[in-house]
Write a protein that binds this ligand. Structure first.
Ligand SMILES: N[C@@H](CCC(=O)N[C@@H](CS)C(=O)NCC(=O)O)C(=O)O
Length: 219
């Protein structure tokens, strides 16, 4: 295994993007290995040997191979406990941050996963797929907005960054991509705008990666 951390990811993968932000916040350099989800590289034999679930991200770090973005982020924070902490030390705040992260991780993202959308298009067609996406993304954002109304300060949980913020920004990007209106979710929009100002979030953005397609590239 390489001595420098290796992140298998794709510029538009929201789960990978969360890990990119965590690595940037902790100042960890890594090798970026692009897995193009649009050409199904995640289904290749070689990639399947790395992750049977055929999903990114995968992070190789400290001589171990890790999957699942939220446990990866927790591992990074626990093994590099310098500031900024990503998991609040207060159990109540930590629970609230994990809950918002989970609304996104298990309550929204799986509905917009590439393989799910492909299958939906083939079974119910493009128009119905779009209705389906609108329904599930809007339902998820409604739950996030309600949670933020209770817990947010500058960021999702109070004024310190948490794992919830790392999940929010990529999910807002996906909502824009799928034309889901966020106009009824003022806390979501406000916090996303604050987060986008931070250098670690700026650097990790989908449009600033080595595999970002030319038409989306931004400085
Ligand atoms: N719960 C997983 C989700 C991973 C996941 O769904 N990754 C997507 C990209 S965001 C993927 O690799 N999709 C491949 C596919 O749909 O075939 C995590 O947080 O890491």
């Amino acid at each position: 295994m390489a001595s420098q951390p290796v992140l298998w990811n794709f510029f538009r993968s929201s789960a990978s993007w969360r890990v990119r932000i965590a690595l940037a916040l902790k100042g960890i350099d890594y090798e970026y290995r692009a897995v193009n989800l649009y050409t199904d590289e995640q289904l290749s034999e070689d990639f399947t040997k790395l992750n049977t679930k055929q999903e990114i991200p995968i992070l190789e770090i400290d001589g171990i191979r890790l999957t699942q973005s939220l446990p990866i982020i927790e591992y990074i924070d626990e093994t590099r406990p310098h500031e900024p902490r990503i998991l609040p030390q207060d159990p109540a705040k930590r629970c609230k941050a994990r809950a918002i992260a989970e609304i996104i991780n298990s309550g929204i993202q799986p509905y917009q996963n590439t393989n799910v959308l492909k299958r939906l298009v083939s079974e119910i067609g493009e128009e119905k797929k779009n209705e389906w996406l609108q329904h599930y993304l809007t339902k998820g954002f409604r739950a996030i907005e309600a949670a933020l109304a209770e817990s947010s300060g500058t960021y999702c949980v109070g004024d310190e960054l948490t794992i919830a913020d790392l999940c929010l920004v990529p999910q807002v990007y996906s909502a824009h991509r799928f034309n889901v209106s966020l106009k009824d979710f003022p806390n979501v929009l406000r916090i996303n705008a604050e987060l986008e100002k931070l250098p670690a979030f700026h650097k990790s953005h989908a449009h600033r990666q080595i595999d970002t397609f030319a038409e989306y590239r931004e400085n």
